[in-house]
Design a protein around this ligand. Structure first.
Ligand code: SF4
Length: 391
């Protein structure tokens, strides 16, 4: 594809809009994209992407997946995360580091040409959909290895948009994950504005022996301890439990979750020689205080804890949403997706959407990743929406 306008003409137009661009939340909305089409074509990431598509991706951009699949097998997982697929010549389970850089450098290069970050307006970026970040091990074409910590530094230096980070902990003998977590902690401690949320997940929906889970979560809290200090407001816990009338509530409900956290806190005290007086936000009465947000969601594997009636009710709501989507015209769908759905990138560059009720819709937009023809595991959705209409 050739550049449609002389670069100087594009530059003049962009310059004439610079005040508007600087003050806009989603700056590409302020431009007549026909007048700048071509500005992106020599950037490898956008070789097959129009500026209309870049604009589409940039509004409510949310997830840049580093890895797909999870070893944790939590029984309440709303993404129904399964073990990563086996990598071979056709399938991948982590992003190729060169593709990750293609993404960050591509958007950053376009930003230089526009004089403004095209992703501006998005409150945060998440690096996972159905995985547990500290264990993500990415490789480049030369076999060099990179971690979530390397990814965070790159994202933050290019976009200055904070990340949302949640982990369920990692095996205490996993040296790579441990080192990644320590590096993450050091970077976030020095640059607290780089994380909108930095949470350790605590809940009774773990899979496997209880003592191993307690040790794993206590170790994660100990590793991120500097972020929980009273004078810092960075580290947090994501405490979840079942409804009082939910299935197996005696082992997954509020009281059981509180008891579990008390044991985790005791283990943490043991690991830190009881030096926890400066960490109020880790005290059991703080972590386990009642909040509506503590209740689990009726989604994915979590549905097993709800009665058949509640699952049916929820399913009906999703049916109405998917039926309504089906009745929209192509233009209406495009508009609804642009305005109301998040835009997410799979590890092969495929763009997919999440509806407000977190149901997945595929699109025909694929960023020009080196691995764009590789297969990835299907991303879970409770309800199948009509796919592939967004281009
Ligand atoms: S809840 Fe998170 S850690 Fe647990 S299985 Fe799902 S993705 Fe993995």
């Amino acid at each position: 594809m050739t550049v449609q306008f002389p670069a100087t003409q594009i530059n003049k137009y962009i310059l004439s809009k610079s005040t508007e661009l600087q003050s806009a939340l989603f700056p590409l909305e302020k431009l007549d994209l026909k007048r700048i089409e071509g500005i992106q074509k020599d950037i490898p990431l956008f070789q097959t992407t129009s500026m209309e598509q870049v604009k589409f991706i940039s509004k409510w951009f949310q997830v840049l997946n580093l890895m797909r699949g999870c070893f944790e097998n939590c029984t309440f997982c709303l993404r129904n995360a399964l073990k990563p697929v086996k990598e071979n010549s056709e399938s991948i389970n982590t992003i190729l580091w060169n593709d990750f850089l293609r993404f960050t450098e591509g958007f950053s290069k376009l930003g230089e040409r526009l004089g403004v970050n095209p992703l501006k307006g998005n409150s945060h970026i998440t690096l996972f959909e159905d995985s547990n970040m500290p264990v993500a091990k990415m490789k480049d074409l030369n076999g060099n290895i990179y971690s979530t910590s390397d990814a965070l530094k790159e994202i933050y230096s290019k976009f200055q948009i904070p990340i949302v980070f949640v982990t369920s902990g990692w095996g205490v003998n996993n040296k790579f994950a441990q080192k990644t977590a320590e590096e993450l902690c050091e970077f976030v401690d020095k640059n607290p504005e780089c994380a909108r949320e930095f949470a350790v997940s605590v809940n009774p929906f773990f899979y496997g022996p209880r003592d191993k889970y307690i040790e794993k979560v206590a170790n994660a809290l100990k590793t991120f301890l500097p972020l929980f200090k009273n004078d810092k407001n960075v580290g947090s816990t994501l405490f979840k439990h079942n409804y009082p009338n939910g299935k197996d509530a005696e082992i997954t409900g509020e009281n059981a979750a509180k008891k579990l956290y008390n044991e985790i806190y005791l283990k943490l005290q043991e690991m830190t020689d009881s030096k926890l007086s400066d960490y109020e936000r880790l005290k059991p009465e703080f972590v386990t205080r009642p909040k509506e947000f503590n209740l689990i969601e009726n989604k994915g594997r979590g549905q097993q804890f709800f009665s058949a009636d509640e699952v049916r009710k929820n399913d009906k709501k999703l049916f109405v949403e998917s039926f309504e989507w089906m009745t929209l015209t192509r233009d209406q769908k495009q508009q609804r997706a642009y305005e109301c759905m998040t835009k997410n990138v799979d590890i092969n560059g495929q763009i997919y959407l999440m509806t407000p009720s977190e149901q997945r819709i595929s699109t025909n937009i694929v960023l020009n990743f080196i691995n764009k023809d590789k297969k990835t595991a299907a991303i879970h959705t409770d309800k199948k929406f009509a796919d592939a209409v967004i281009e």
